[in-house]
Design a protein around this ligand. Structure first.
Ligand SMILES: [Zn+2]
Length: 337
């Protein structure tokens, strides 16, 4: 049964289709590609290494669960004591909207440099986030239905940001769901579930769902529903890393990923790839999208305080949730945590 996708119909986009078999096919193409998987012995060794490295991260986290918040920086991510960052894990950034992945870009780069495979899935294109004034200021801005043009702008901006990050094109997927209602319908939920099932992530990074933005709330709820089912079914832990956003209402500080000025400028470049959001923020809030996100990171660095390495002027803050049915004695099973 082909699923309907009102968002794609209205925007006229061809790529974000919601036929679940295609979503799976697309995601599988990403995840079954490594040449190492062609050889059973190498595959077994690779899977063992991945499992081992993710296990180290979980073992460290369990041993030091009461010692949160933890801190990583690009030079030191737990290898000289503390909670070791995972190596070789499958990491998915599950983005409610375009531009969300940039909020966790420093952490995604740190994980990528440790051999983790990074993929990004953008659930909604959110054309409403582009102002009419932005369209009229662009050459050819009036070509086509405004909704279609706006959706394309957001898609292009995310594609550009992913290029700047260094993500290969096939690792960026647009699920094309419509923000107005499709995340409440079974077909929408199923599309996200099928993507996650095919990607089989060890770690999923996304905005914390305690947020005034309804799409952030729904995507978080859908992820948590999938992760709980996956952990129970496959007996394989799944880690949720929930990051802060300007609209986050509350976040338990479990992990800070600290960075300095050079990395902040790199992150600013990714944020500015979202020119429609940069302009909208400048006009409505008097500060650019880049300053807004880096301001959140500056405030997090202040909270990091003594936890953080000496030079910590900016930090991405995360709450950690572990979906784990493999062991009974893990501290995250306790209701008091
Ligand atoms: Zn968002």
């Amino acid at each position: 049964m082909a699923l309907t996708d009102e968002g794609a119909d209205r925007t006229g986009l061809t790529v974000p289709e919601l036929d679940p078999s295609r979503v799976e096919e697309h995601a599988l193409a990403d995840w079954r590609k490594p040449a190492v998987l062609a050889e059973p012995l190498a595959m077994g060794r690779a899977l063992w290494c991945i499992a081992f490295q993710v296990k180290s991260f979980l073992d460290d986290l369990a041993a030091r669960w009461g010692g949160r918040p933890h801190a990583w920086c690009e030079e030191k991510a737990g290898d000289r004591g503390g909670v070791r960052a995972p190596r070789g894990a499958n990491v998915v950034y599950l983005a409610p909207h375009p531009d969300d992945p940039e909020s966790a870009a420093v952490t995604l780069r740190l994980l990528s440099r440790r051999g983790c495979a990074i993929s990004e899935a953008v659930v909604c294109l959110s054309p409403a986030g582009v102002e009419d004034a932005f369209l009229s200021g662009r050459p050819g801005g009036g070509d086509g239905e405004p909704e279609t043009v706006k959706a394309r702008i957001r898609r292009d901006e995310q594609t550009r940001a992913a290029e700047l990050f260094g993500l290969s094109a096939e690792r960026l997927v647009f699920l094309g769901l419509d923000e107005s209602g499709s995340l409440d319908r079974p077909a929408g939920v199923e599309a996200v579930f099928r993507y996650l099932a095919a990607a089989a992530p060890d770690v999923v990074v996304l905005p914390c769902g305690r947020d005034s933005n309804r799409t952030h709330v729904r995507v978080w709820e859908i992820f948590r529903g999938w992760a709980a089912g996956e952990a129970a079914r496959s007996r394989r832990p799944v880690v949720g890393l929930y990051h802060e956003d300007p609209k986050t209402l509350s976040l338990r500080d479990d992990l800070f990923v600290c960075f300095g000025g050079e990395t902040a400028e790199w992150k600013r470049g990714l944020l500015r790839a979202h020119a429609s959001q940069q302009e909208r923020n400048l006009r409505t809030l008097g500060a650019g999208f880049d300053e807004r996100i880096l301001g959140v990171n500056r405030a997090a660095a202040e909270r990091a305080g003594r936890t953080a390495p000496e030079i910590c002027r900016w930090a991405e803050a995360f709450e950690i949730e572990v979906f784990d049915t493999t062991e009974r004695e893990r501290p995250w099973h306790s209701k008091t945590n």
